[in-house]
Design a protein around this ligand. Structure first.
Ligand SMILES: Nc1nc2c(c(=O)[nH]1)N[C@H]1C(S)=C(S)[C@@H](COP(=O)(O)O)O[C@H]1N2
Ligand SMILES: [Mo]
Length: 201
């Protein structure tokens, strides 16, 4: 059962009043695959999504339960730190800000670690996750998200370089203090703003 009202359409957001192509980027028509290590294989049947850490109660969702959450579409651009950008894909799934309404987050929680199947992690402040465009994505341009691109489910953070969205997402850890994720430990910027070219530290 959904606690929320019907389908919400959010389209047209992409450049936030900033140049559509951030500095140092080139537009590509391709959709390169950037995965560190090998891609985990996860079916919808075995996929589980879990929240833990600074929450009143740990919770988990099956695929079917997650699909009952309010579904949104977002047309937005994708910027990879390796200098390519894709424009105007239609991303479909669950906005973080809709998802989080079901979770009782403790007041001390200020940061979120995304955890993926395969061990990848990436961190963001909770108040950035709650921005209008951060989403869990299962469909791109009307097609189910390809396994190499993080299917069945990934996170997409249009305002940040794409490493800030974990492919094969399996859960979120709520934290009081910031902690660097996989690339953040290995030299990538903690804040990852493409318009400020926050690539590496
Ligand atoms: N689980 C996982 N998520 C990940 C990565 C990864 O290696 N593993 N790479 C990140 C990086 S660096 C980028 S640019 C995007 C690439 O997404 P794509 O392969 O769909 O282009 O996924 C991000 N999320
Ligand atoms: Mo990347």
């Amino acid at each position: 059962m959904s606690l929320f009202s019907a389908k919400q359409e959010v389209t047209g957001l992409n450049s936030y009043g900033k140049p559509k192509l951030p500095p140092g980027q080139s537009k590509t028509e391709k959709f390169p695959i950037l995965t560190y290590g090998s891609a985990p294989k996860v079916t919808k049947e075995e996929w589980r999504f879990r929240v833990w850490g600074l929450v009143e109660k740990e919770m988990d969702w099956t695929w079917d339960e997650f699909m009952k959450l309010p579904q949104s579409k977002l047309q937005a651009d994708f910027h990879c730190v390796t200098h390519w950008s894709r424009f105007d894909d239609v991303w479909e799934g669950v906005m973080f800000r809709d998802f989080i309404k079901q979770v009782k987050v403790k007041p001390e929680a200020a940061f979120v670690m995304q955890h993926a199947y395969g061990g990848y992690t990436t961190n963001l402040p909770l108040h950035w996750m709650i921005e209008e465009d951060v989403m869990f994505v299962h469909t791109v341009n009307g097609q189910p998200l390809e396994p190499e691109h993080g299917g069945p489910m990934r996170v997409f953070t249009p305002k940040r370089y794409a490493w800030k969205g974990a492919k094969w997402i399996k859960g979120l850890e709520f934290m009081a203090k910031d902690k660097p994720g996989f690339w953040e430990v290995n030299g990538y910027s903690n804040t990852a703003d493409p318009w400020k070219e926050e690539r590496f530290w």
